[in-house]
Write a protein that binds this ligand. Sequence first.
Ligand code: XMP
Length: 525
Amino acid sequence: LVLILDFGSQYTHLITRRIRSLNVFSLCISGTSPLETITKLKPRVVILSGGPHSVHTPESPGFPDGFIEWAESNGVFVLGICYGFQLLVHRLGGEVKVGLKQEYGKMEIHVENACGLFGWKNVGSKQFVWMSHGDEAAKLPNGFEVVARSDQGSVAAIQNPSKKFYGLQYHPEVTHTPEGMETLRYFFFEICKVTAGWKMENVLDEEIRVIKDTVGPQEHVICALSGGVDSTVAATIIHKAIGDRLHCVFVDNGLLRYKERERVMETFEKDLHLPVTCIDASDQFLKALKGVTDPEMKRKIIGKEFICIFDSFAQDLELKLGIKPSYLVQGTLYPDVIESCPPPGSGRNHSHTIKSHHNVGGLPKDMKLKLIEPLKLLFKDEVRQLGRIMDVPEGFLKRHPFPGPGLAVRVLGDVTEDNALDILRQVDEIFIRSIKDAGLYDSIWQAFAVFLPIKSVGVQGDKRTHSHVVAIRAVTSQDGMTADWYNFEYKFLADLSTKICNSVPGVNRVVQDITSKPPSTIEWE
Ligand code: XMP
């Protein structure tokens, strides 16, 4: 295991993904986690991430006391990156100062010592790297040597091979550091002697083993299928592990897209052969949401309603079939977990919750069922890979993500007012159909329409109208953590807006969302 201690850099998750792309399992936890949490994971390598802090500010985060001693006595390799590098220097007795010149962006470094960190074949004496720091190492701790310096003379890479401590002032994980991956590859495989054994096939075997160990031979599991990739892949894994002791339920919460219930149920039965019960709970959800406009409140309410339904589905199984399920499966992904609970002291949102993803943040404390989340350490593209290994149909795997709270987070304001859901469904269907017809569906991470709580004046058929405004949003992304807005051709947009205004009564204006994440999120609420 390569463990990443997160100190709040915007690149922390990129490091995790880069390492996984080398078929090495990596996990990211808060940099201020207790020593016990770190040691329990038994990592072979620990990476100290970058972060927006200076080691000199009193509230700056750091690894726990005893970490260095534990790493030394257990032969654990430590690599500090950017702030992590400065933290290492500072805590080992070196000196970190505000740099005379701040170094941001693309810089050149000179390799002074072509061994250790830069011992790889054909290492160039000069390299371009991505820097982003104000502080620099003014004095190295005892036993460390400089391996590379920046053009400006500041220390760019250090090592103490006998103690297995290394540091890079720059970011090797970003693509702007062209030789960064080579440096990481050399570090993991040649220096740390990590084995590249982490493959999706192994993940599947391991998941199945864990599920078999967790769920007793007489125990039953219920799974909430949403029709999306995550819950489908999660259910398929559990089905492989425990067979017909898995009972799936699909809830129509009244917040689904156009004809979604019919389409999804047909696929489950025909293609996936998963036994699924469909529950129509739209009245219950819409009643609970009536008058609610606060986005977090909506998410919490929806989460709570879902759990109530799962509980009563479980009770039904007991009454009718004498089966008492003990577990509830959820297709929670790694980004959901990270964004619902950002590490304290990480500098990222300072413990602010960005959004309570309903499958993480909204679970009541007194829930009767225990949770199984077989995907909670995986990113979306990894889940798709896992699905492919299990022969989940490609069409299913390529579906755009759809949030658990459904259209509720795409109708801004009260979802029960102004025929909003119905209008949104029609607009969304036209938008997605147009994208599919233009052959763009697979190039887009997610596309959807948003119902805005405003009206605007228009003129349709020579008459003044005062009707609704809808927004369209399409983004590209790797894992939903960051996203860019998708650039449609003008003709596509022009045709789309005409089609929407001509065929959806009550809409007289279409706008496009051209914001990336950050600063926005993908969904509007
Ligand atoms: P945001 O809007 O946070 O979304 O940038 C990132 C990705 O997560 C999806 N999303 C959710 N998925 N439950 C889910 O299962 C939720 O509560 C939820 N909120 C957002 C979103 O559609 C995007 O793909």
